[in-house]
Ligand binder design. Structure first.
Ligand code: GTP
Ligand code: MG
Length: 396
């Protein structure tokens, strides 16, 4: 681990195929200074990540032999429980974990809530960026994502949901076969910029400590970004940010209780332009909204201004993101039990952490899932992570 990585206490964690590809792409854009870890049930994406010098942890190797879950979120969850100990051992000097997961598959959907819960129980702050599948991927993936989101929300300090449909409409592209690639590039640009704001000296630097505080107090957020060049670029960039689908066309900014804004530009960025951006956003936001701002100056952005915003507001994945209506609705059946039933988790909520209580797994409440029957398998309660069941002490 190099000094830059150690200093920030930040770790980027990719979970599942999509999450790992995103993490690798942020790392490629950012460079060596970014501390990243990729975890998956499928050995193939991990080999690719390892080839790029990224540390990896294979989940559930003993049960899945490195072949992935084939879309089974229960297997994803069990696989995560099998290897939580190895994963948590990678957290030395880490204070805040930024998780990237693409929901819709078995690993991103099943393993992510388990992992976040374990990190939370270690006392780490967690920020989860989760993509929701494109509508064209079908109803089953959309439903799986919708059921997992409340579980992540319950345990993560901050959840940032990125509906791929919205992202794609911001990209102003036709639906193309490479839609996922376009989406991936955009998300990785947003996360890279956020990371650079936190770690690279700019005109005004955001520090990881503030992010840490903001995610603990701010809760859920939406991510938005926009760019503009030419005359009047500051005004155009703000207008573009305000019309960004990911920020609900400005609605999210209006409702935000806190906004973390990054300005990426070339050395030609003028002070007046920073003022113009901030004034316009302050006018747009509600009274008393807290703003944190940082800049990254990079010669490659000469002539351009890029804005990335994390807009913290109160919303719930459970109620705010309805499942798209099924066209060929299938009645609920034993073939598809609700995920909340099949893998109830015992989250320590961010609220209980805010009270300063250090939680152990046994002491945490079951949150929204408290009335759900435990998942018993060969006499063991699978809702209890493996490292607790086996009495393994984790290094803190
Ligand atoms: N960013 C990105 N997202 C992807 C990619 N492929 C799939 N996705 C998205 O990620 C969702 C989950 O797919 P995967 O990441 O392949 O699934 P997984 O988490 O690895 O789970 P399993 O393979 O089922 O164990 C999909 O529904 C897509 O929305 C990709 O190449 N890049
Ligand atoms: Mg996979």
């Amino acid at each position: 681990m190099n000094q830059e990585q150690q200093h920030t206490g930040l770790l980027l964690l990719g979970v599942g195929g999509g999450g790992c590809r995103l993490a690798a792409s942020v790392r490629a854009a950012y460079g060596e200074g970014l501390r990243v870890l990729c975890v998956d049930t499928d050995a193939q994406p991990l080999r690719t990540a390892a080839g790029a010098g990224i540390p990896t942890v294979l989940l559930g190797g003993s049960r899945l032999s490195g072949h992935g879950t084939g879309g089974d979120a229960i297997l994803g969850r069990l696989a995560a429980q099998d290897d939580l100990e190895t994963l948590c051992a990678q957290m030395q000097d880490v204070r805040t974990v930024v998780i990237l997961a693409s929901l819709g598959g078995g690993t991103g959907g099943g393993a992510t809530p388990e992992i976040i819960k374990a990190l939370h129980d270690m006392g780490l702050a967690t920020v989860c960026f989760a993509t929701r599948p494109f509508t064209f991927e079908g109803d089953a993936r959309a439903k799986l994502a919708s059921r997992v989101l409340p579980m992540i929300e319950e345990t993560a300090d901050s959840l940032i949901v990125i509906p791929l449909d919205d992202l794609f409409s911001d990209a102003h592209e036709e639906m193309l076969a490479d839609a996922i690639q376009v989406a991936e590039n955009l998300i990785s640009a947003g996360v890279t910029l956020l990371w650079r704001l936190l770690t690279k000296p700019g005109f005004i630097q955001l520090d990881p400590e503030r992010l840490h505080t903001m995610v603990l107090t701010g809760g859920n957020a939406r991510l938005g970004f926009a760019s503009a060049s030419g005359a009047d670029r500051a005004r155009h960039a703000v207008e573009a940010l305000k019309s960004c689908h990911l920020l609900r066309k400005g609605d999210s900014l209006t409702k935000a209780s806190a906004v973390m804004l990054g300005i990426l530009a070339g050395p030609d960025l003028r002070l007046a332009e920073i003022g113009e951006v901030m004034d316009a956003l302050r006018r747009h936001a509600k009274k008393g909204c807290l703003f944190e701002m940082g800049t990254v100056l990079d010669a490659r952005y000469e002539g351009r201004i890029e804005l990335v915003a994390l807009s913290f507001e109160s919303w719930s994945a459970a109620v705010g993101q309805p499942v798209p209506a099924a066209t060929d609705a299938v009645p609920p059946s034993a073939a598809e039990p609700p995920v909340a039933d099949t893998f109830p988790i015992q989250p320590g909520s961010r609220r209980s952490r805010m009270k300063g209580s250090k939680l152990s797994f046994g002491a945490t409440g079951r949150g929204k899932f408290r009335d759900v029957e435990p998942t018993l398998h060969e006499g063991q309660d699978l809702d209890v992570p493996t490292y607790i069941r086996r009495g393994i002490a984790l290094e803190r």
